[in-house]
Design a protein. Structure first.
Length: 140
């Protein structure tokens, strides 16, 4: 189990799970590789990033780990395996720049998949799911 330096657990798990408590157990749903690399991404990006924002009154709660019964995403989604996250720069106009930053540094952070930038106008989806393709795979 690995805890993040920059992200609190409520940013990475759905609201109902956070409200149940047991914070330390919740970290176990996230791949240590994901937690380690989102911290590196945050450090290198040098600006704030957000995943879930429900803690501050927002509506997003499924940008990190999604339980198997989550209505969002495919049954075998990397989110449901604790291997994917949707990150949002605090200034939404930086999304294209942040997408390029993640794409261009995919090897450094071990990113294996990134959602096509035209599909994610308000977030950048990255994952550490293992696949057979060399390099980063663009998800359509």
């Amino acid at each position: 189990m690995r805890m993040s330096k920059y992200f609190k657990i409520y940013e990475l798990v759905p609201k109902v799970y956070f409200e149940r408590g047991e914070e330390l157990n919740l970290w176990r749903h996230l791949s240590p590789e994901l937690v380690h690399n989102i911290d590196l991404i945050r450090e290198d990006w040098g600006r704030s990033l957000t995943a879930n924002n429900y803690f501050w009154g927002g509506k997003s709660q499924y940008r990190g780990w999604r339980p198997q019964d989550c209505p969002i995403g495919a049954p075998k989604s990397a989110h449901k395996q604790g291997l994917a996250i949707d990150l949002v720069p605090h200034n939404l106009t930086l999304i294209p720049e942040f997408w390029l930053f993640c794409h261009d540094n995919a090897e450094k952070y071990g990113i294996t998949e990134i959602e096509d930038k035209s599909l994610t106008p308000t977030w950048v989806h990255i994952s550490w799911r293992i696949h057979n393709q060399k390099g980063v795979r663009i998800i359509k």
